[in-house]
Ligand binder design. Sequence first.
Ligand code: ACO
Length: 312
Amino acid sequence: DEMRLEENFDAHIDAGDFIEAKDWMPDHYRKTLVRQISQHAHSEIVGMLPEGNWISRAPTLKRKAILLAKVQDEGGHGLYLYAAAETLGTSRDQMFDALHSGKAKYSSIFNYPTLTWADIGTIGWLVDGAAIMNQVPICRCSYAPYARAMIRICREESFHQRQGYEALLTMMTKGTDAQKAMVQDAVNRWWWPSIMMFGPPDDQSPNSAQSMRWGIKRFSNDDLRQKFIDAAVEQARILGVTLPDPDLKWNEERQAHDHGPIDWSEFWRVIGGDGPCNRERLNARVKAWEDGAWVRDAALAHARKQTNLKEA
Ligand code: ACO
C-alpha cells in the first residue's frame, strides 16, 4: 500500500504537480522540507541581527527608514517560513528550541560582522543578491505552501538588493575617497562568504540529488553560484569596485566566468559553529527570546481572560 502511495506521489512530482499539506508524502520528503524550511526561517530571523546593529547609526533619516523596513521584512519572512514548516507537523516551539540550543543550522553568512556602514549596502547587493538567485527557483518548489511563501519573499528581497546596490552606488559616485575605500573593503570581506551561501560544491552536497529529484531544489548549488558570479561581475564593473579574486575571468568556451578556489574549510568551520560571530548571534537571539517572555505570558493571560469572559 505504502509502495502504491509512493509511486503515485512520484508520478505527481514527475508531472510537475504541487504537493499540498494534506496530501500523502514520503516521510523523507517531509523531513527534508522541515530541515530546509526551518533552516531558511532561522536564517531570516538571525539575519536581522547584523543589520539591526546599524539602525541607530544609519547616516541619514532616509537610510534609517529603509533599513528599519528591511529588517522588519526579514522578521516577516521568518514568520511565513515558520508557518510553512508548521503545515508539515512541526511546532514553532520545536523549531525555536532547536535554534536556541544551537542544534539547528542557519545560513553561514550571518556569522560575519558588520564593521562599517558600507557593509549594510554590501549585504543588500551581494547577500540579498545571492539569496534571490537561490530563492526565485524555490517559488516553483514542489511543496506548495513553501512555494507560495517564497513569492512575496522574493519580491521583498529584490527591493532589498536594489536598495543595497543604490547605497553603494551613491558612495562610489558621490562619496569621498575614504567612503569609496570603505565600499571596496566591505566588498573584499563579503565576496567569498557570499558565494559560499549557495552551499558546498555539488560533489560534496549530500542532499542535492534527492532534493532535485523531488523538485525541492530546481538548480544545483554550483549552477546557482555560477549564475550569481556571472551577474555580479557586471554589477561590480558598473559600481567601480574590484572583486577580490585574481583568477576571476571570462571563459569564452564555457560562456561563464572561471573563479579561484573557494576556501571550503572556512565554510565548514562557520557552519560547524566556529565562525567570527556564531556565539554572539546565538546569544543575542536567546537573550531576545528570554527578554520577550513577559510579552508572550501577558498575551496568553489576556487571551485566557477574554475566553473566560465570553464563557461566563
Ligand atoms: N549555511 C549553512 N548551512 C549550509 C549552507 C549555508 N550557506 N549551505 C549548505 N548548508 C548545510 C545544509 O543545510 C546541509 O546541512 P544538514 O544536512 O545538516 O541540514 C549541509 O550543509 C550540506 O549541504 P547540501 O546537501 O547542499 O544541503 P541542501 O540541499 O539543503 O542545500 C541550500 C543547501 C542551498 C542552502 C538549501 O538548503 C536552500 O536552498 N535553502 C533555502 C534558502 C535558504 O535557506 N537561504 C538562507 C539564506 S538567505 C537569507 O535568508 C537572506
